[in-house]
Design a protein around this ligand. Structure first.
Ligand SMILES: [Zn+2]
Length: 246
């Protein structure tokens, strides 16, 4: 019978669906790749010789590629070796459309900034993947980008409160609401702090939009009529909120 040494057991293959977030050149021909892996969370891997010639291995490590990833290394190692990355979906259409990439790349950064290494978050992974599929299908870019950010914040428990006053609970009425980034919420006129200059004005349609995107799927949102003004207003609230609390 073959004896398994403890050292062997410590070296293991880890497999997961993963999205390539970014790559960094290393040495003459190697790459260091940052993945968001469904079962492993954010992980960095070392891709030996990935930049040699036009290797298929290298092609599978282009940013945004969805791959079935195999890592080899000690559990929890800082830089395990990438032994395999089989493309499930390359999302090439997104990568090669610079205008679209301008919408998608910041979302990857936003997401990576809110995740820790080696903490799996399958639902957040699935959300990002669904957003990428939606972008690829040509869904409205601003709307999908906004919905992704709102849904992601909601999943992490950091969503801004916009459906009503965060202090007294009064439901939204009237033509606009005031969102206070310092408080992370909309506040009614009675509860608003005095002399707070930082409030973001939010029209009624933007308030409704921020609530709607939480619960609708991307494909449902894609066919929803939304004004540019509501999108811009909702986007300003998320920007201000993330800047303050992200
Ligand atoms: Zn109030």
């Amino acid at each position: 019978m073959r004896q398994v040494r403890l050292d062997d057991a410590a070296f293991m293959n880890q497999r997961s669906d993963a999205l390539v977030l970014k790559t960094r050149e290393y040495g003459d021909a190697d790459l260091i790749v940052t993945f968001f892996a469904r079962e492993l969370g954010i992980v960095n891997g070392f891709a030996k010789s990935a930049r040699k010639f036009r290797s298929r291995f290298g092609a599978s490590l282009e940013p945004l590629s969805h791959v079935r990833l195999t890592l080899m290394g000690k559990e929890g190692a800082a830089l395990p070796r990438i032994t395999q990355a089989d493309i499930i979906d390359s999302f090439r259409a997104i990568r090669e459309d610079l205008q679209l990439l301008l919408h998608v790349a910041p979302l990857a950064d936003f997401m990576a900034g809110m995740l820790h290494e080696h903490e799996p978050h399958p639902r957040r992974f699935d959300l990002f993947l669904a957003a990428l599929r939606s972008f690829e299908k040509g869904a409205p870019r601003e709307l999908v980008a906004l919905a992704f950010r709102v849904k992601f914040l909601w999943m992490t428990g950091y969503a801004p409160r916009t459906g009503g006053c965060g202090r007294c609970g009064a439901t939204f009425q009237g033509s606009f609401a005031l969102f206070y980034p310092t408080q992370g919420t909309v506040l009614c006129r009675n509860c608003a702090p005095e002399g707070e200059a930082e409030a973001v004005k939010l029209g009624a349609e933007a308030v409704k939009l921020l609530e709607t995107v939480k619960t609708r799927r991307f494909d449902e949102l894609a066919v929803m009529p939304v004004s540019g003004e509501a999108l811009a207003g909702a986007g300003r609230v998320i920007d201000a909120h993330v800047k303050r609390h992200g």
